[in-house]
Each structure stands twice: as structure tokens, then as C-alpha cells.
Design a protein around this ligand. Structure first.
Ligand code: ZN
Length: 235
């Protein structure tokens, strides 16, 4: 029965070998290396170079059932050769990541391995704690529990603020922590992120910033909204 056992338990390399042959029947099969790494999320990487196929996956997937690893192999090798991913594989893999236990594990991994803050709420020019409490008083009846507040490591122009559920933290781009940036603009970005706390979205897998109609309605309550947006464009 040894042969049968070997067939039942394919190694990840054997799975990639088989999927490669299926998708590229006329291409010589490269040397395959599959490694599990301590990534902070479920991202996977694939690279074909000098006749070697390198696959790196988050170690959270190490115990995943073979059909899931097979689906991921179809996705990754398909991407590598710009082939359309069969919906059955995309769907199966997505469903696995959305399982409650997987989401919990990934959230934990993110908390432990994800980026840590370098700075507290007090910046060079603005104190996020003071701004938060003022906005809290003015727009939320002082009822919003204060999350962690911090400035981003890098002064991003494209991501001015975001809410990080893993750390329960609002992070503002440090590009806003300058004398040249009017207080109104900083307040608006912080207010926007506070609204994300008030209007939470069940984001299944995706990490998009979702603005529901109620969210947009709340945002319009901010006086000087148009002015603040104009200021941010000038950054
Ligand atoms: Zn948003």
C-alpha cells in the first residue's frame, strides 16, 4: 500500500509539478521550490527564473488541505503565464481564506507580524489625541472610544489616512504633520477615518475603503468639507 499512500499525500512540489504539466503541457517542467514564509498576510509569490520555479506562501497555508493548495497552484501558475484563472479555483481558494478560523488566524498573524507604529499621537505640529477629542466632542457627542492614533512612517501623498482594524488604530500620513498644512485639512482626514469606525463594513478578504451612502451623509456634516478637500489637493 506504500504506493497508494504516496499518491494520496502529494508534497506541495508535486502539486505544482502536476498543475504545471496541466497548464503548460509542452513546456519543460522547471525545478520547483515551494517555501512557507512568516508573512504578515496571505499573499503568495511565484517566480520563474533560470529554469527554477520559486513559490513562496504564508506559513498559515502550510496545513491547508491539498485541494486548496492545488487551487492556489492553478491561480499562481495561471497568473505567471497570464492565463485566465478557472473560477472554480479562484472561488475555492477565496472561500478557504474566508473561513472563520482562517480569518482569525490571519488577523492574529497580522497583529503580531504587521507593521508597528514608530510614533504615538503627538507629531511635530499636530497632536492627534487632542484633535480626536475635539472632533469627538463636536461630532460624536464625545461618545467614540479612542482608538490608537499614530503617524505613518512614510509621508504618503496617496494614502492620507487609514483605519487599521488589526491594531484598532487610525494612522494619518506624516505628510500632514507640517506647519504648512492647515488644521482644517488634518481634521478632515481624521474625521473621515473616525467615520470608518462609526460605519464599520464587513470587508470579506478585501481591504478596500468603503463609503456607504450613510457614510457620505455623515461626511457632509463636516463644515469646510470642500475647503479641506481643496487644501489636500495642494499637498
Ligand atoms: Zn475612506
Amino acid at each position: 500500500m506504500a504506493v497508494q499512500t504516496a499518491l494520496l499525500f502529494e508534497t506541495p512540489e508535486q502539486i505544482y509539478d502536476r498543475v504545471f504539466r496541466t497548464l503548460r503541457p509542452r513546456t519543460p517542467v522547471p525545478e520547483i521550490h515551494v517555501r512557507f514564509r512568516k508573512f504578515a498576510n496571505a499573499n503568495s509569490f511565484i517566480r520563474l527564473r533560470d529554469g527554477k520555479l520559486d513559490v513562496k506562501m504564508c506559513d498559515v497555508l502550510e496545513g491547508a488541505p491539498a485541494p486548496i493548495l492545488e487551487s492556489l497552484a492553478f491561480i499562481l501558475i495561471g497568473k505567471l503565464f497570464r492565463r485566465e484563472i478557472p473560477e472554480v479555483h479562484a472561488h475555492q481558494y477565496r472561500r478557504f481564506l474566508n473561513r472563520a478560523d482562517m480569518r482569525r488566524q490571519l488577523e492574529k498573524v497580522r497583529q503580531v507580524r504587521g507593521r508597528k507604529f514608530v510614533s504615538g499621537p503627538r507629531g511635530d505640529h499636530y497632536d492627534l489625541e487632542a484633535l480626536f477629542e475635539d472632533l469627538n466632542f463636536r461630532f460624536f457627542d464625545g461618545l467614540m472610544a479612542r482608538p490608537q492614533l499614530g503617524w505613518s512612517r512614510r509621508p504618503s501623498r496617496t494614502l492620507l489616512g487609514h483605519y487599521d482594524p488589526a491594531h484598532h488604530a487610525i494612522v494619518l500620513s506624516s505628510i500632514l504633520d507640517r506647519a504648512a498644512v492647515p488644521k482644517l485639512a488634518v481634521e478632515y482626514v481624521l474625521y473621515h477615518e473616525m467615520l470608518h469606525l462609526k460605519h464599520p463594513v464587513d470587508h470579506r478578504g478585501s481591504r478596500r475603503c468603503v463609503h456607504t451612502p450613510e457614510f457620505k451623509l455623515s461626511e457632509k456634516q463636516f463644515p469646510g468639507l470642500a475647503e479641506a478637500k481643496k487644501m489636500l489637493k495642494l499637498l
